[in-house]
Write a protein that binds this ligand. Structure first.
Ligand code: DQA
Length: 145
């Protein structure tokens, strides 16, 4: 049976392609989703791609993932820097988690340089643009092998 992974995207990532192209590039959210589904299919992973702008909804998605998915890739976006609730939910997941950021958060404003989740995830990818999602999917496949 294929391993199942979920890619969770936080606030404002639905507006990729429109928001701050200098940081996030020109790929739209729909194109990103398509690219991730294609790569996952190639690697025999079943994938769900999710996005919410609402903190509590993201907590619910993370909680629901416990029984449904073998691994998680998460770009918590701005909640990376603020949300203890998302951190606590991730800590309960107990399976591989990859933290992802499109931009290099350590090269940006000081408030972005602190991640509340880095110390509880399996590993992270940042600053590699939309390609980071592809690298995260490949890494997750290897982690789950
Ligand atoms: C982001 C970085 C965050 O600081 C920011 O709030 C985002 C996107 C990234 O992918 O680079 O919304 O997570």
């Amino acid at each position: 049976m294929n391993n199942k992974i979920i890619i969770i995207n936080g606030p404002n990532l639905n507006l990729l392609g429109e928001r701050e192209q200098s940081q996030y590039g020109s790929m739209t959210y729909d194109n990103l989703k398509e690219m991730c589904i294609k790569k996952s299919n190639e690697l025999n992973l079943d994938i769900k791609f999710a996005q919410s702008n609402i903190e509590g909804e993201l907590v619910n998605i993370i909680q629901d993932s416990r029984q449904k998915f073998d691994g998680m890739i998460i770009n918590a976006a701005a909640f990376t820097h603020t949300s203890i609730a998302i951190r606590d939910a991730l800590d309960i997941f107990k399976k591989p988690i990859i933290e992802l950021h499109i931009s290099n958060i350590y090269k940006r404003e000081e408030f972005r340089q602190k991640s509340l989740i880095s110390d509880i995830v399996t590993g992270g990818i940042f600053g590699l643009g939309a390609n980071g999602y592809i690298l995260a999917i490949i890494s997750m496949q290897k982690l789950l092998k």
